[in-house]
Design a protein around this ligand. Structure first.
Ligand code: DX5
Ligand code: ZN
Length: 222
């Protein structure tokens, strides 16, 4: 699968969100990563429905909605109204991950499961066939701009092997601390959906995206 970059709007300037999303659209971004935090599952609180409603009204970009909330099952009806989006729930936060994934798909969205750095990625093996995406957190969730724990990239290989063995078609997403220097290593570890927050939004968005794509395209070279 060809790897792509998903800009995470958590690092956007919310006074200029529309303008910044337009820049990404003009630069042919396909999707946005949207971090919803409840201040309980993670220490921070981000944003919720009003911001996502505005995004849906103003752009055609695919939304990859990362729910960092406890018991996300309570909100699946509300989030699956963003038809066609990817809804990612945390394996640690769900009482019934299989049930959540089935519900997301049945409601017309793509289903994703995220695993925190300390969670064994094999925990999602029993539900892999119900998922469109597995998200591996390479930082402790809650904040943008953290340093990647590179040793966690090995989960990409473990998941990729299982996906191939079972002949499934599941995207592998990485979230946390990706930058121009490590993006090739990330891709080489089997990830094809690469979330970039601060690496896209800090400074010149257009130039950052260009440089990240260039570094990504260099994958496999020395
Ligand atoms: C962190 C969020 C990430 C964050 C990534 O909890 O889930 O999506 O925006 O930001 P960077 O790329 O700056 O680590
Ligand atoms: Zn995220």
């Amino acid at each position: 699968m060809t790897a792509e970059i998903l800009p995470s709007i958590l690092s956007a300037d919310f006074m200029r969100l529309g303008e910044q999303v337009s820049i990404l659209q003009d630069a042919q971004a396909r999707a946005l990563h949207v971090d919803v935090m409840d201040g309980v599952f993670v220490p921070s609180i981000s944003f919720g429905f009003p911001v996502i409603d505005s995004l849906v009204a103003q752009t055609n970009l695919h939304l990859d909605i990362h729910l960092m909330i406890v018991k996300p099952e309570r909100y699946l009806d509300a989030f699956t109204k963003y038809q066609g989006s990817t809804i990612v729930v945390h394996a640690e936060a769900c009482e019934d991950l299989a049930g959540a994934a089935k519900k997301i798909r049945a409601a017309g969205c793509r289903a994703g499961a995220a695993v925190n750095p300390e969670t064994d990625c094999r925990e999602v093996f029993p539900v892999l066939d119900l998922l469109d995406e597995v998200m591996v957190m390479t930082v402790h969730p809650g904040f943008g701009g953290q340093k990647m724990m590179e040793e966690i990239l090995d989960k990409g290989r473990i998941l990729q092997e299982e996906i191939r063995r079972r002949n499934l078609s599941v995207h592998l997403e990485v979230d946390g601390g990706v930058n121009r220097k490590n993006i090739r290593k990330v891709c080489a570890s089997g990830f094809d959906q690469i979330v970039c927050g601060s690496a896209v939004f800090r400074g010149d968005i257009r130039e950052n995206l260009r440089a990240l794509r260039e570094a990504l395209a260099g994958e496999g070279q020395n």
